[in-house]
Design a protein around this ligand. Structure first.
Ligand code: PMP
Length: 451
């Protein structure tokens, strides 16, 4: 099997780092200045994950294009790690956002847009009753509380190497088959092994054993893992998950924040899933902070019937700005005009084209790499076999090759998501954008293989 010469990789990486620094003097100067007032020189520490030693500073972004302060234009396949899956600044959303800003941003009162969005979410995802938050993290945090409140059970269950936002209960992994607080978990209030069970994705037996004692309030799951590369569910996994949760009285929460890429109603609609609760966020408001959770009629009835739990004041669910007029105007415009049914008809074939392009490069050179697609999202892994679960996916990550590919692509005008090798298609992405990536990917492969 072809293998990559690691010394060559180091030499190539050094060359890319030099080229990056040479081409980005303004970003570098802003970064140096920012280090005087911002932790790590960035507004949020995770922004330092971009390759090259410092992040490029963005000047403007429109559609699938981003321009940095040095004047370089990029094809943006990162799209704000799904926050801008709509494309940047889509005209219909920008208009609605500007108009609503002039009419008042937050009033503590519902607007007509809220009704439109509730009805549209119902149509898309099948769940009848909705609430709005500012982030997917908040949606997940709130539904874990609701699930525990309704079931009177203490635990939640997640899959190994899941990511659902900064939700305390989810920072747990399996190490040699045993649950552990996830390495790096910052100042946990409670060790997550107390609150949470964790099993591998696609492991029906482990799931069955974990749910059997009847102490799990809910399973919180992405329909496919998307935060450790893409790990697809095996045939029958979702049927087993639904069956086991129903049989044990465990609620099923499906997090569609990334899997919305599977279609206008997410993976849930595309594959006929029947969650009790669904959560989502990120692109819903074209980048304006927006999240949501949808509840089955039964869950909503149990929730509102409780006279112990305080859902309207200081019970632990809320957010003064949640459901504000601006985010609902943005959500309405996004759902009505941007991430429409028709948009997915364009976006998904673009991801198919992206996948075919990468597969062709890999096959022609006999490289031991593969790519996995989910709707309008695709991600490559520098390994021959598709992982079956999060543990395998995490173990197979090739950090050096990942960093090289990101920087090589960035230096040639393509942005990939820094956390992984993910590319996302927006309604504004074009076939030329995709082909540009394929050409750069081929160039990187050839540079790595040159002797
Ligand atoms: N759910 C999933 C599946 C996610 O991938 C993320 C973020 N990557 C979140 C929830 C949290 O989103 P946010 O950080 O916008 O709250």
């Amino acid at each position: 099997m072809l293998s990559i010469d690691r010394r060559q990789l180091k030499t190539l990486m050094a060359r890319e780092e030099e080229a990056f620094i040479r081409a980005h003097p303004r970003s570098q100067a802003l970064y140096e200045r920012a280090r005087g007032s911002l932790v790590g020189g960035v507004p949020m520490t995770w922004m330092s994950l971009w390759p090259g030693g410092f992040p490029i500073f963005a000047r403007e972004a429109e559609g699938a294009r981003l321009v940095d302060v040095d004047g370089h234009a990029y094809v943006d396949l990162c799209l704000g790690d799904t926050g801008a899956m709509t494309g940047h600044a889509p005209a219909a959303a920008v208009e609605a956002i500007a108009a609503q800003s002039r009419r008042g941003i937050t009033t503590m009162l519902p607007t007509e847009d809220a009704v439109f969005v509730g009805e549209e979410m119902q149509r898309r995802f099948g769940l009848p009753l909705w609430q709005f938050t500012l982030t997917a993290t908040d949606a997940n945090r709130f539904v874990l509380r609701i699930a525990r409140e309704i079931t009177k059970r203490p635990k939640v269950l997640v899959f190994n190497y899941c990511y659902h936002g900064t939700v305390d209960e989810t920072f747990i992994t399996l190490e040699n088959g045993r649950p552990r607080s996830r390495p790096g978990n910052v100042g946990p209030g409670v060790d997550p092994i107390v609150t949470t069970k964790v099993v591998e994705f696609n492991d029906v037996h482990a799931l069955e054993a974990a749910l059997a004692p009847g102490d799990v309030a809910c399973v919180l799951a992405e329909p496919a893992l998307t935060n450790v590369g893409i790990v697809l569910p095996e045939p029958g996994f979702h049927a087993a998950l639904r069956d086991l949760t129903r049989r044990t009285g465990t609620l099923l929460v499906i997090d569609e924040t990334h899997c919305l890429c599977a279609g206008p109603g997410g993976y849930t609609r595309a594959h006929g899933l029947e969650p009790d609760i669904l959560t989502i966020g990120k692109p819903l408001g074209s980048g304006v902070p927006s999240g949501a959770f949808g509840l089955s009629a039964e869950i909503a009835a149990q929730m509102t019937a409780s006279d112990e739990a305080d859902y309207v004041d200081t019970g632990g669910i809320g957010g003064t700005l949640a459901g504000n007029a601006l985010s609902l105007a943005a959500m309405r415009a996004t759902l009505e005009h941007v991430l429409t049914d028709a948009a997915f008809v364009r976006m998904i074939p673009l991801a198919e084209r992206f996948t075919a392009g990468v597969e062709d490069v890999v096959a022609k050179r006999g490289l031991p790499w593969h790519i996995t697609r989910l709707g309008c999202r695709a991600e490559y892994l520098f390994q021959p076999d598709r992982p079956r679960n999060g543990g395998e996916a995490h173990a197979r990550k090739d950090a050096d090759l990942d960093a090289f590919m990101h920087l090589f692509a960035l230096n040639r005008g393509i942005l990939l998501t820094p956390f992984h090798n993910m590319a996302l298609m927006s309604p504004a992405t074009t076939a030329e954008d995709v082909d540009r990536h394929t050409a750069v990917f081929a160039e990187a492969a050839d540079a790595l293989l040159a002797r």
